[in-house]
Design a binder for this molecule. Structure first.
Ligand SMILES: Nc1ncnc2c1ncn2[C@@H]1O[C@H](COP(=O)(O)OP(=O)(O)O)[C@@H](O)[C@H]1O
Ligand SMILES: [Mg+2]
Length: 350
């Protein structure tokens, strides 16, 4: 009796379990496909539909290579081999140069389960971490050297200033001035470098970002007027932010100097602040030449510059400052100009 009863319940339990498993697979955050032995899609879950912008009903029953051609060019062979050899494999995959997935396969005799985990954010976070670690290391190494170089330079500058005033050497005054200016330039490069190397925490206080911008405006305007360029401010009401105001000043100066460098006379810069999706945004838009596509991912690397007299440190320092002040920097650019947006996270500021 008992045996018969159990026997009659088991398939029902199985059926329930199958429905349950199906629901789980359908809703998990990883993308899941099941392919039969001809690589036709028999199952596609919701995350997979979103990942590749596909509609399940349009691709079910079709061969995966036809259904998602962009994906398949890269992985079709590997998937088929995994099924044929009945061996699970795992590999990383980049899709459309913007998304990254960890792909895992689980073959069985009838086909292949493919699981795709979106690792785009983790990958970007790792890249960010590696970048800041590089900044820190370069900074640390250079800080030691910079201190040592600065002392003899100060001595040389002192002597140059002394002999420059010597009446017998008046005809060389221009050359002395040039030498002194060059020493000042080396000194300012070292100062910028030490800024970047700075490891001590920022001195943050509750600040009005708009007031910081207004306080630095006359300085920015001085250079702009000299070069017959304009700077417009459009500042909207903002909540208080926890900021190191000296660092934020430095960041704004670096950005605006880059914009001025990139623009011809009569062009304008627009500095604006506003709230966007729970973040405070400081955006600096210029009418400059734009950033060439081939250098876009190099501009924040220390010492990368396209300018004859550039140090290549302005943006590296600005990225480091943004990070210390709970902000991210992104930019858009084309041949009519560039916009840098510095986005401050508000919730971290209270
Ligand atoms: N607003 C901008 N417009 C065009 N190019 C820019 C802009 N900001 C930065 N760049 C590019 O990024 C490079 C690095 O900038 P930065 O780190 O400030 O160093 P530097 O100004 O000394 O060259 C610049 O040489 C330039 O090619
Ligand atoms: Mg610069």
């Amino acid at each position: 009796m008992t045996t018969t009863k159990n026997f009659s319940i088991l398939p029902e339990e199985n059926r329930l379990n199958n429905i349950h498993l199906h629901q789980i697979l359908l809703n998990i955050s990883d993308g899941c496909y099941y392919l039969n032995k001809d690589m036709q899609l028999l199952f596609v879950n919701r995350s997979a539909e979103n990942m590749f912008n596909i509609v399940k009903d349009e691709i079910l029953g079709r061969n995966i290579c036809e259904a998602i051609p962009d994906l398949c060019r890269k992985v079709c062979k590997q998937l088929y081999q995994s099924y044929k050899k009945q061996r699970g494999i795992s590999f990383d995959l980049s899709y459309a140069n913007t998304n990254y997935f960890k792909v895992k396969t689980i073959p069985d005799t009838k086909g292949l389960l493919v699981i795709m985990q979106d690792i785009t954010e983790t990958k970007k976070e790792n890249e960010r971490r590696a970048y800041y670690e590089k900044l820190r290391l370069i900074g640390e190494m250079a800080a030691g050297v910079a201190h040592e170089v600065r002392n003899p330079l100060t001595t040389v500058k002192g002597f140059l200033q002394l002999v420059e005033k010597n009446e017998d050497l008046l005809k060389y005054q221009e050359i002395f001035l040039l030498m002194i200016n060059e020493i000042d330039r080396v000194n300012s490069i070292i100062s910028e470098f030490l800024d970047m190397a700075k490891n001590k925490p920022s001195r943050k206080e509750k600040e009005h970002l708009n007031e910081i911008i207004q306080s630095i405006y006359p300085l920015l305007e001085t250079r702009a007027i000299k070069e017959n360029k304009k700077i417009h401010l459009q500042l909207h009401p903002l909540p208080l932010l926890n900021l190191d105001q000296n660092e934020i000043r430095q960041l704004i100066i670096n950005m605006v100097n880059n914009s001025l460098d990139a623009m011809h006379a009569k062009a304008s810069i627009h500095i604006s602040t506003y709230l966007d999706r729970g973040q405070v945004v400081l955006s600096i838009t210029d009418e400059g030449t734009g950033i060439a596509p081939e250098v876009m991912n190099k501009i924040s690397t220390p010492f990368f510059t396209t300018k004859e007299k550039g140090t290549g440190l302005g943006l590296a320092i600005s990225f480091a400052i943004a990070k210390r002040n709970n902000a991210n920097i992104d930019f858009t650019t084309d041949s009519s100009g560039t916009t840098f947006s510095i986005r401050f996270t508000i919730q971290d500021h209270y």
